[in-house]
Ligand binder design. Sequence first.
Ligand code: HAM
Length: 458
Amino acid sequence: MTDHDQRYSKAVETDEEEARNIKPPYQTPKGVHDILPADHEYYTFVKKVVRHRLRQAGFRRISTPIFEFTDVFTRSIGAASDIVSKEMYTFKDRKDRSLTLKPESTAGVVRSYIENNMQVLPQPVELYYIEPHFRYDRPQKGRYRQFYQFGYEIIGESDPALDVQSIHLAWKILDDLGIAQIFTLQLNSIGCQVCRPQYVTVLKDFYFGKERSLCAECKHRIDKNALRLLDCKEEDCQILAQIAPKLSDYLCQECKQYHNDVKEFLTELKLSYNENPNLVRGLDYYTKTVFEFWDRTDGAQNAIGGGGRYDGLVELMGGPPTPACGFAAGMERIIANMKREKIRVPKKDDLHVFVAQLGKESKKKCLPLIAQLREAGIKTMGALGKGSIKVQMRLADKFKVPYTIILGLTEVREGTAIIRDMQVGTQKTVPFEDTVEEIIKLIGEEKRDIYSPGEAIY
Ligand code: HAM
């Protein structure tokens, strides 16, 4: 555990201890939480991996607003879906317009594609996002009311190779994060507007007379969203789903060929998959390919991510007929898995140096010294309060810095500075003007944290 981890987990522990006695007057609402600094190291790492892989594949980043007109989601995700019927944070603005916090990003990206006339760009348009999303889910492990997703969409072309590319990219990202091996790729085709309606009729016929064996929710699903009967988690519903007619037997020739090509290309990329005839996904916009990454032990319960093809969505949202596919994954679940697998991420927050001072004169010398150290890429914390040297040294200890620079009255008078090695407990006096150089030597040139955005601007 790094210094920051320790500091913040200590703070959290203390908070928890206190909370046992007195509840703080303000707390986060149920299902949402702070991302504390130690966790941000994971978020930063995941974001870097995602950005790197997607940039490599020609994707560009997009952010759609946190809230949109409610219709954007109702129309695309489907009124009968769990998300729209139970999980949206919907509110009225001051002019009585219905707005909703985004529960996912595909709908917003498609709205943006149409609104910004992206069909005139070279196709397919490849976009990715890393955004917070909001669902009024029942909070539990891996299920939050605010959560982060990274995701991407390939809009404007239909080809099994593109579906496979989305899957491969997701796998690559999980592999970079060190967790690909704990997931299985679940794959299915849910057909298209031509073949699916016929299958839905067959499915409804199958469930006719069996309603009593279904959970309350599935009883409603028969009429409203029959495909979802196949992926209900209730035991009795699952038993029926196992013997229900399979969509694969009803796919039209085109969908069948498409699905076979997807499988052939996956094999070409050596991506193993599990054909799962009951995988239907919870959003209405999908056509043909659907896929999810399931935990090898927990199964569907904590899918890390999912996606698929949605060839009718752009048109449904008022654009020209435009095929598309995409994927999104939950970052909290990814990070929980990385921690479970004991995967450590680079720690960039640890400090190099603590600067302790005594009195106004030394403070005057400290301020430019701190600025110079930081400029030189040395992560520096200055104790600029009024504490005694002893108090400041104790603070330096708590921050677990490798070195402390001490500027007392004598040092100021003599034009020197003391550099203390905090681990060994030794110290040496150096000429004040050599302090930065000395520290760089001690820390190591390669450890400097240098970023010059100014040089990149043109
Ligand atoms: P989704 O399956 O609804 O798909 O969500 C994708 C991932 O977001 C889930 O697999 C899960 O990891 C995470 N997630 C969902 N809800 C929660 C929650 N309440 N708490 C924590 N994590 C959660 C979509 O959102 C589609 N837009 C994916 C897509 C993109 N399809 C095509 N393009």
